[in-house]
Design a protein around this ligand. Structure first.
Ligand SMILES: [Zn+2]
Length: 406
């Protein structure tokens, strides 16, 4: 179903370069790809004829004729990103450049069986595309982003901490049937890293991304690519041991970072504190609502809330040091919905730990910064996974309910 290990075609590489750079000349593309000027010229001609690429003005040349600049035609194709979070399912629609043009949300309903929940998601995707005036043939597919462990090639959820009924569900195939578009399963950390790679193309590499939501996910971008392990497995930063005497984790390890610093862990700890429990949103099955409430209390100076955040941030800081040391990173980006409330507190603590403790700090300072792409960056990364793996042509025709209706 998915092509995770097949190298990209020249056409895919060219589209990807234009997506990351925004605009490039033919000479820029020759230099970036190592392909001949003739090959680039032919590829560009075909892509312009197909309406996927357009010329946009001229740039000053390093001698000779001004260079004609190229860019993707934003409205030529679209992709959908769907992020399964514990409290709700976030949906985004992006244009061919990866810019968000629509967003929607489906609340998780624990009473619904997985197939029914995916049916609601499929219906909402079609309504979102409809509302944005997007014809089905322009949608290349759906990137379905979920927390692990996942079997990415088969599109199956291997386990689900929050709801055991999802365990073993072939969710990519189920959603494909509901929405009528090809679906690719994408780990959260991979999606979050992809969003930074494409939308912040100028950032120095290698860099790491830590995505904090109900769970903790991470990704690493090196030499223009998001790191993928065997079968497209992500960087499982949430399951590194921070206390080897700690409790067993459902992943099989013990004392994992996720058990201390994830949104779900934070919500669980706050609920057990009499001075804080009453201030929580009481979002059963929605830890992020509680995390927002804890963040609000922390910014108002509530001592228990501040202590909880600081402890979670310490865990993340030391995990970030491990990520920096393992991959030789110069930059760590913090992302995810948990940053919405207490992001400054989190950033300051993680930055101070990383700058004081990473192995090679004497050689160059490690930057710790916040993602510029907001709480939906994982959903956006899901759509980008579809765009980046596409040569702009549909690989399968939509079996479309929108078409059946019209
Ligand atoms: Zn674990």
């Amino acid at each position: 179903m998915q092509r995770n290990s097949v190298p990209p075609t020249n056409r895919e590489r060219l589209l990807d370069l234009l997506r990351v750079s925004g605009t490039s000349s033919r000479i820029d593309l020759v230099e970036a790809t190592g392909l001949t000027a003739g090959t680039i010229s032919n590829l560009v001609r075909v892509l312009v004829e197909e309406g996927l690429v357009e010329e946009t003005g001229r740039a000053a040349s390093r001698g000779g004729q001004p260079r004609r600049m190229l860019q993707l035609r934003a409205d030529s194709r679209c992709a959908v990103g769907v992020h399964f979070e514990r409290g709700g399912i976030e949906l985004v629609l992006t244009d061919f450049t990866g810019r968000t043009i629509g967003a929607s949300r489906v609340d998780s309903d624990q009473r619904l069986a997985p197939a029914r929940q995916l049916e609601a998601v499929g219906t909402r995707i079609l309504a979102m595309a409809d509302a944005c005036g997007i014809a089905p043939h322009r949608v290349l597919g759906i990137g379905l982003v979920a927390e692990g462990p996942l079997d990415v090639p088969s599109g199956t959820l291997l386990a689900n901490e929050a709801d055991a009924r999802w365990q073993g569900q072939p969710i990519a195939g189920l959603l494909e049937r509901q929405a009528g578009f090809p679906v690719r399963l994408v780990p959260v950390g991979t999606a979050a890293a992809l969003a930074e790679r494409v939308l912040d193309g100028g950032r120095r590499q290698p860099f790491g991304v830590i995505y904090l939501a109900s769970s903790i996910a991470a990704g690493v971008v090196h030499e223009g690519q998001v790191f993928r392990g065997a079968d497209a497995r992500p960087v499982e930063l949430g399951h590194i041991t921070v206390d080897f005497n700690g409790p067993p984790c459902p992943c099989g390890n013990r004392g994992c970072l996720s058990q201390y610093s994830s949104g779900a862990a934070l919500a669980q700890r706050a609920a057990s504190l009499p001075g804080l429990a009453e201030a929580l949103a009481g979002g059963a099955g929605n830890p992020m609502a509680d995390v927002q409430a804890i963040a609000e209390q922390a910014t108002r100076g509530h001592p228990q809330a501040r202590a909880l955040w600081k402890e979670a941030a310490r865990g993340l800081g030391h995990a970030a040091v491990s990520l920096v040391n393992l991959f030789g990173l110069e930059t760590v980006v913090l992302a995810g919905p948990a940053l919405a409330g207490a992001g400054d507190l989190l950033l300051a603590e993680v930055r101070s730990i990383v700058q004081a403790s990473s192995c090679h700090r004497a050689l160059s300072p490690v930057h710790v910064e916040r993602s510029r792409h907001g709480p939906l960056s994982a959903a956006i990364g899901g759509a980008l996974q579809v765009l980046c793996a596409s040569d702009g042509t549909r690989t399968q025709e939509p079996t479309h309910r929108m078409m059946e209706r019209s």
